[in-house]
Design a protein around this ligand. Structure first.
Ligand code: G3H
Ligand code: 13P
Ligand code: ZN
Length: 312
C-alpha cells in the first residue's frame, strides 16, 4: 500500500469508536518500533514529523525512512503528517515533498487570523490531495518551540468550532480539553481530568467530524522510574490516565498524538543499558532494547488505549 491520507482512516475510526495513533518520528529506530507494532496488531498509523524533527533528521531522510516502512509493512495504511506546522511555507514544503497530511497550528493567533491562515493552507493542500488538521484552543506546555504557560492555556470554546470548520474547510480539528505537551502534565497529587463535557459539546456541533487530541502521552511510571533509577532526574512526571484516552477514542476523537512516551521508553532503556553494561559502546547494542521498548509501548497503546488493532 502506498502512503495514504487520513480521510478513510478517520471515517472508519469515527464509525468504529476507536482512534488512530499519531506517533512522532525522528530516527530509524523509532520508525521501526512503531510500524512493527502496527503491523503485528494490524493497525493503521499516522507517522508525524515536527519542524524540529525535520531540522534534526532532514526531510529527505525522514521521507525515505517512512517509504521504507511502507514497503516493509504493505498491509497497513500509513499516513505521513506534519505536526504543528507554523507557517504556510512549511506546510507547502511538506505537501510538495510527499506528506499526505499537514497540521497548520495557528491556535496562538486571534480567531480571524487562525481562520485566514488555515484556509490558505487548506486550499493549497486540497489541490494536492493532502488533508489538513487545524487547532482551536491552547494547550498548556511546550508546543514545538513555543512555550505556552499554564496560565495562558485555554480550553476550546465549543461555540466557535462550527464556524471555524465551515470557514476553513479543514479536515480535522485539534481541541484543548486538558491535555498538554511534555512529560509534566499535572502537578503531583492533583487529579488529572479531561473535559469530556467540552468534547461532547464539540462533537454535537460537528457530527461525524474527526477530533484530534495533542499532548496525549500517559507518561508510564515504569519508564519514569527507569529514568530516575539509572541516573536521570525527572521527579513528578505525570501524563494523561489511559482510561480517559480510551474513553475519548470511543467518542469523536479519531487521532491521538503520542511523542513523550516514545522519548521516555527510549531514554529509560538506554540509561538502563548503559548502567548495566558500562563497557559497551556499540550503538546497535543500546538502541536495540530502546527500539523494542518503543514497539512494546506502541502495541500496548493500540490494544489498550486506541482500540485500533485488527482494523485494516
Ligand atoms: O508537540 C510536539 C511534539 O512532541 C514534537 O516535539 O518539536 O521537540 O519535535 P519536537
Ligand atoms: P505528548 O508530549 O503528550 O507526547 O504530545 C505529543 C504531541 O501532541 C505531538 O504533537
Ligand atoms: Zn502536539
Amino acid at each position: 500500500m502506498a502512503l495514504v491520507n487520513t480521510k478513510e482512516m478517520f471515517k472508519k475510526a469515527y464509525d468504529g469508536g476507536y482512534a488512530v495513533g499519531a506517533f512522532n518520528v525522528n530516527n530509524m529506530e523509532i520508525v521501526q518500533g512503531i510500524t512493527e507494532a502496527c503491523m503485528e496488531q494490524k493497525s493503521p498509523v499516522i507517522l508525524q514529523v515536527s519542524k524540529g524533527a525535520r531540522s534534526y533528521a532532514n526531510h529527505t531522510y525522514l521521507i525515505k525512512l517512512v517509504e521504507a516502512a511502507v514497503q516493509e509493512c504493505p498491509e497497513i495504511p500509513i499516513a505521513l503528517h506534519l505536526d504543528h506546522g507554523d507557517s504556510f511555507e512549511l506546510c507547502k514544503s511538506c505537501i510538495d515533498g510527499g506528506f499526505t497530511s499537514v497540521m497548520i497550528d495557528a491556535s496562538s493567533k486571534p480567531f480571524e487570523e487562525n481562520i485566514a491562515l488555515t484556509r490558505k493552507v487548506v486550499e493549497y493542500a486540497h489541490d494536492h490531495g493532502v488533508v489538513v488538521e487545524a487547532e482551536l484552543g491552547t494547550l498548556a506546555g511546550i508546543e514545538d518551540e513555543v512555550n505556552v504557560s499554564e496560565e495562558e492555556s485555554s480550553y476550546t470554546q465549543a461555540s466557535d468550532v462550527q464556524e471555524f470548520v465551515e470557514r476553513t474547510g479543514c479536515d480535522s480539528l485539534a481541541i484543548a480539553i486538558g491535555t498538554s505537551h511534555g512529560a509534566f502534565k499535572f502537578k503531583p497529587g492533583t487529579d488529572p481530568k479531561l473535559r469530556f463535557d467540552i468534547l461532547e459539546d464539540v462533537a454535537s456541533r460537528l457530527p461525524g467530524f474527526p477530533i484530534v487530541l495533542h499532548g496525549s502521552s500517559s507518561v508510564p511510571q515504569e519508564f519514569v522510574k527507569m529514568v530516575n533509577d539509572f541516573g536521570g532526574n525527572m521527579p513528578g512526571a505525570i501524563g494523561i490516565p489511559e482510561e480517559q484516552l480510551r474513553r475519548a477514542a470511543q467518542m469523536a476523537v479519531c487521532k491521538i498524538n503520542i511523542d513523550s512516551d516514545i522519548r521516555l521508553a527510549m531514554t529509560g532503556n538506554i540509561r538502563k543499558y548503559f548502567a548495566e553494561h558500562p563497557d559497551h559502546f556499540d550503538p546497535r547494542q543500546y538502541l536495540k532494547p530502546a527500539r523494542q521498548a518503543v514497539k512494546d509501548m506502541v502495541a500496548h497503546k493500540i490494544v489498550n488505549v486506541l482500540g485500533s488493532n485488527n482494523k485494516i
